[in-house]
Ligand binder design. Structure first.
Ligand SMILES: NC(=O)c1ccc[n+]([C@@H]2O[C@H](COP(=O)([O-])OP(=O)(O)OC[C@H]3O[C@@H](n4cnc5c(N)ncnc54)[C@H](OP(=O)(O)O)[C@@H]3O)[C@@H](O)[C@H]2O)c1
Length: 321
């Protein structure tokens, strides 16, 4: 099978994890890295043995990769992805797609207009647990699903220069962490028709801890928390009228689903795997490119936009007063 030639934009922690993931995959090859931060690309590229560029545009033009992975800080996703769209290069963009829905919509429009592939790197959606959970719910394992509860929180390094604390770099818990419980709720519960939200800002002014309640159009409720100030369990539960399914921490790449009925565990289902959990989203990009798709039907851009809208709404409700 022809190998897909990838380039990475960005040189931080997740860029390194993706480089290691691509190295494990027989049908993928890392061919270049780019970072406009002086010196960063060259150090990163030298460590990986691939060409490095301090201009994203130059890398796209010279290397013409089959796919690009945008792994820069949140505030740079828009420009980096627009550069890829202009060059006609299929793109996997880290979550959150952008710092707000309007920017995400600009990105989506740019790619759709050119018929070029774009997908949010929402790796949770491609974890092995997801299809198993969906099948259990569809089979009525807990009766009718009624309430979703999910959270993601940890005490982040309070250094105001770190990207999650810095408003200029798209900091805040909602963009970095809240995107997971919100996506979980959106994908399982469908569109939300009402939201309540309360928040407490971090010292730098970014959203620190936020609690969100959603009423979905189908009558389900979601209760969600995210925080960069508090150590939360990072678990999820889907409750129905005949039982519940618990996702062991960290829920967004859980290794265990537990089905409860009548208050007792009926079944504990292992859904773990060996190796990198990021390979599943890469597999999806490969499938889409080989099938000539400009969008994933498993994780469509409209889902990404809907969740970006929920993040905007939560910020407005919880932090504007
Ligand atoms: N899917 C996941 O599991 C996951 C996990 C973590 C983060 N993310 C997402 O991935 C994106 C990047 O996150 P990250 O955790 O990789 O962030 P990070 O390690 O803070 O790196 C982000 C950017 O900061 C710059 N940087 C990093 N270390 C630096 C240093 N020592 N000196 C100077 N500059 C430095 C680099 O800029 P350049 O781009 O200019 O090189 C790098 O791309 C974010 O959008 C985040 O939400 C996803």
């Amino acid at each position: 099978m022809k190998r897909i030639r990838w380039a990475i934009i960005g040189s931080g922690g997740i860029a390194a994890k993706m480089a290691a993931t691509l190295a494990e995959m027989p049908d993928a090859e890392l061919v270049a890295v780019a970072s406009p931060t002086p010196g960063r690309a060259f150090d990163f590229g030298a460590g990986l043995g691939v060409p490095a560029f301090d201009s994203v545009e130059e890398m796209l033009e010279v290397v013409r990769p089959d796919a690009v992975y945008v792994a820069s800080s949140n505030h740079r996703h828009l420009d980096d992805a627009l550069a890829a769209a202009a060059a006609g290069i299929p793109t996997l963009c880290e979550k959150p797609m952008a710092v707000n829905r309007a920017d995400a919509a600009r990105m989506v429009d740019a790619f759709r207009h050119r018929g070029v592939f774009l997908m949010e790197a929402m790796w949770m959606r491609f974890q092995p647990f997801w299809d198993r959970l969906a099948a259990l719910l569809a089979a009525g394992a807990i009766g009718t699903p009624r309430i979703i509860r999910a959270d993601f929180g940890f005490v982040a390094d309070p250094d105001p220069a770190r990207r999650w604390s810095d408003p200029a770099q798209g900091g805040g818990a909602l963009l970095d962490l809240g995107v997971y419980p919100l996506t979980f709720a959106h994908l399982l519960g469908g569109p939300a028709e009402a939201m309540v939200a309360q928040g407490v800002a971090a010292a730098t002014g970014v959203d620190g801890s936020t609690s969100i309640g959603l009423r979905h159009a189908n009558g389900m409720l979601s209760v969600l928390d995210c925080s960069i100030l508090a150590d939360t369990p990072t678990t999820a539960v889907v409750s129905g009228n005949e039982g519940r399914i618990e996702l062991e921490a960290p829920f967004h790449h859980t290794r265990t689903l537990s089905v409860y009925r009548g208050g007792a565990v009926l079944e504990t289902i292992p859904v773990g795997y060996e190796g990198s959990g990021y390979r599943f989203e890469v597999d999806e990009v490969h499938r889409c490119l080989r099938e000539g798709l400009s969008e994933s039907n498993v994780h469509p851009l409209d889902d990404t936009l809907a969740v970006m809208g929920l993040i905007d709404q939560a910020r407005a409700l919880a932090y504007s007063g």
